[in-house]
Design a protein around this ligand. Structure first.
Ligand code: M6R
Length: 608
């Protein structure tokens, strides 16, 4: 959470302020309650501007004379201290010499404050300000250089997460950097070097990036990069290329990223057909991964939020095609309740961003215990990808809207491809007879047919959801897993209280919440339970609910609201979720809410 960007360049050729603001705009999905920028040059002409609000508000405050050769900027998702100008970054040391932005959480900031900084007059309530005051403290008291003081400062925060960018206004040609557990990349540009939380921030200006690892510090000038490990050894690390077209991260003609990303789902499935199948239409995945997974006596899926919901679907598909038992765990729960592990476990981490701190906590632990793992992620070279044994990329293209849509369906598609590959290796009869390639081709077309029903779904949203106070999605089996995701979509962007409920559980309590007009959506795609779920819907209708249905064609009746094309029952979540995504989108839109940046949330959750 929080987006940070820093640039050091030759001021005559590089417009540092513009690059910082553009970069910050691209990182806004990481947090958006306040923002700030600091720019200076070798004449010591300094500009510090902070706002409570969005990057656009910051941009409005930045006049043309805000120019410089070095700068840092920050867009915040508050952890310590409410969103306010004082708590916005950059923070300044008491003597006005050091400026710092931070992404992460300094766990022991209170102790550090009490031990070293009792005489300092703090201007904010943040944990972050402690870092910049400590740098000043060690430079003044111990006569350390700026780099030494930064090193000393981070050495006092062994359990914390930080990406720090620091400017010493007495050395305006150097950008100081430190990283631990918060994502940071170095970007190599023409006449400038930069550091950012995500390649998106700089992809319009360069595609050459260098990784920074935990515990490292770096000093950047406009034409040099010096990375050092925790012991001060200089690290030589080759740059890598990010293959992303800057336009992929643009909204284009769309009003919102979320709608663009919903529309892109058939394209992503077709991309999987091209990139993850061989000429015989069989899955083409890394053989060593499949060999290793085939030895597992149990698969553990670890994930959060929407990715967890994709994991619940994946469990059904993998178990069916491989007969290997699968456990799906919420990362933040599993991290601190490391349960009894089977003899031959295999771990799968599912994360769109590849940065989620809750998952990383588990991955660190299983790495220590020597277990193998796979990360399924959308972001190449992301932390979870680097630290797991294997990676499969979602290839969904950048997902910018906070509400995840195309990553969810891409995750399910990858899980199915993985399950089929593993099932084939294990000579599983069901896998051998499952034409996944053919089925995914049908899915891509069927997705499009649903996306084309926007007007109908907008009407449903406006008629039944916009004025509701509660809404429910119900289903059984795999339809229950989709109900959880459908409900999360609704609550996170339309602020409407919603639950996904196992249809058979309604009568054990939740049915008490049904009132006249409460929308209850039934998902009906599994032959063995369709009739039961219909009965459960009828029970809510008898108590006044407004029943809506999403049914697969072969089980549909004339008054079903949304009908999805027939596909294998294992793959129906790829379709049944789409009407739910669109209902959420149109509910949020009709309520006049910020669809892409819902309140209190951020896209990449790098705090625990
Ligand atoms: O990047 P990740 O997939 O690890 O993120 C996990 C959750 O934070 C994420 O899915 C979240 O629930 C989304 N806002 C859902 O739309």
């Amino acid at each position: 959470m929080c987006g940070i960007v820093g640039i050091v360049g030759s001021s005559d050729v590089v417009h540092v302020t513009e690059l910082l603001l553009d970069g910050l705009q691209k990182l806004e999905y990481r947090g958006y309650d306040s923002a700030g920028i600091y720019v200076t040059n070798d004449q010591k002409q300094e500009h510090l501007i902070k706002v409570k609000g969005r990057v656009a508000d910051l941009r409005n405050q930045v006049s043309d004379d805000v120019q410089g050769s070095i700068g840092i900027a920050h867009t915040r998702w508050a952890t310590h201290g409410e969103p306010s100008i004082n708590n916005a970054h950059p923070h300044v040391s008491e003597n006005g010499r050091f400026y710092l932005v931070h992404n992460g959480v300094i766990e022991n900031y209170q102790e550090l404050k009490a031990k070293y900084l009792s005489n300092v007059n703090f201007k904010s309530d943040t944990d972050s300000e402690v870092a910049v005051q400590l740098v000043q403290y060690f430079v003044d008291k111990d006569n350390l250089t700026t780099l030494e003081a930064l090193r000393k400062t981070v050495s006092l925060m062994p359990d914390s997460a930080y990406g720090f960018l620091l400017i010493d206004n007495e050395q305006p040609d150097k950008l100081y950097v430190a990283k631990r557990r918060s994502p940071l990349l170095i970007a190599l540009g023409d006449n400038f070097n930069a550091v950012c939380s995500d390649a998106l921030a700089m992809i319009a200006h360069t595609n050459k990036f260098v990784e920074l690892h935990d515990g490292e510090v770096a000093v950047l000038t406009s034409n040099s990069v010096d990375i050092q490990d925790g012991n001060g050894n200089h690290i030589m690390r080759d740059p890598y290329t990010v293959d992303m077209d800057a336009s992929e991260a643009d909204k284009g003609a769309y009003e919102h990223y979320m709608l663009k990303e919903i529309d892109e789902q058939p394209i992503v499935i077709r991309r999987h057909l091209t990139d993850y199948f061989d000429e015989n239409k069989e899955p083409a995945l890394e053989q060593s991964l499949i060999n290793e997974m085939a030895q597992a006596d149990r698969i553990y899926i670890i994930a959060a939020g929407t990715s967890y919901h994709a994991g619940l679907v994946g469990k059904r598909i993998i178990e069916k095609l491989t007969n290997i038992p699968v456990e799906v765990n919420i990362a933040s729960e599993f991290a601190y309740n490391y349960e009894i592990i089977s003899e031959q476990p295999f771990f799968i981490f599912i994360s769109q961003s590849g940065e989620t701190a809750d998952l990383r906590e588990v991955l660190n632990r299983i790495n220590k215990d020597g277990y193998s793992s796979l990360t399924i992620t959308n972001v190449k070279n992301s932390t979870l990808s680097r630290e797991a044994t294997y990676t499969i990329l979602l290839k969904a293209g950048p997902e910018i809207a906070v509400a995840s849509t195309k990553a969810y369906t891409a995750q399910i598609s990858i899980e199915a491809i993985l399950a089929k590959a593993l099932g084939m290796k294990l000579n599983n009869f069901t896998a051998q007879n499952f034409d996944l390639f053919g089925q995914l081709s049908v899915v891509a077309n069927a997705m499009q047919a649903l996306i084309d029903q926007k007007d109908k779904l907008r009407n449903i949203a406006e008629k039944y959801f916009v004025n509701a106070t509660d809404a429910f999605y119900i289903g059984r089996g795999i339809d229950y897993a989709v109900s959880l995701e459908a409900s999360l979509k609704l609550k996170e962007i339309s602020y409407l209280h919603s639950e996904g409920i196992a249809a058979g559980e309604l009568k054990h309590g939740p049915i008490a919440l049904i009132e006249k007009g409460t929308p209850v959506v039934g998902i009906l795609t599994q032959e063995n339970v369709v009739a039961l779920t219909r009965s459960n819907l009828a029970e809510t209708q008898a108590r006044g609910s407004k029943v809506l249905t999403i049914a697969m064609k072969k089980f549909a009746v004339t008054n079903d609201d949304i009908v999805i094309d027939d596909v294998d029952e294992l793959l129906t979540p790829l379709l049944s979720v789409i009407p739910a995504q669109l209902i959420s989108y149109y509910t949020s839109l009709a309520k006049g809410l910020d669809v892409d940046k819902p309140r209190n949330l951020a896209k990449s959750v790098t705090v625990q």
